[in-house]
Design a protein around this ligand. Sequence first.
Ligand code: GRF
Length: 197
Amino acid sequence: MKKRVAILISGGGSNMAALIDSMDPDHPARPVLVVSNVPEAKGLLRAAERGVPAAVVDHRRFGRDRAAFETALADVLAEAGTDIICMAGFMRILGAGFVRRWQGRILNIHPSLLPKYRGLDTHARAIAARDTEAGCTVHEVTPDLDAGPILGQARVPVLPGDTPEALAARVLEMEHSLYPAVLRRFATGDTRPILWS
Ligand code: GRF
């Protein structure tokens, strides 16, 4: 039985598109749902173009009640029979209750070589630190932000004169290869990290 994958987005959804496009007939998983917490997210159109059902769970509707937002999110995920959740540019922090319920079944992609640069502004921080390489990491999501077991990591050079935007574009291109490669392996139950240099 193929694993049923739900993808969480907040924005452009380029990683989501790469994941969906990678799930060919031989793949051990298939996309069953895209969920955005932002109603205007461009990724919703890309999901529709690919014929994948999409839902919006707008966090703003729940004000400060994060638990209610997460219950609504969990409901749509459960209704779709989700086995694996892929966070792909999903800009909300999920609470410990939600994460524990799905632990071992939630992946995230982060645009740095974790454990370096958890959180935001990773590219600017790498440039400010004069790092000579940057990259991206796919990891399991645990209650600690950007700190779960690493499932894949890929490196790119930081070039002289790089702006955060130029570096982000180079890293993003790598994300589009790494995340599908990790998902394909993870969906078979194999959690050995993929390390690309
Ligand atoms: C990616 O760089 C991802 O690593 C970060 O946000 C960006 C999302 O891009 N968390 P997209 O929505 O997948 O195009």
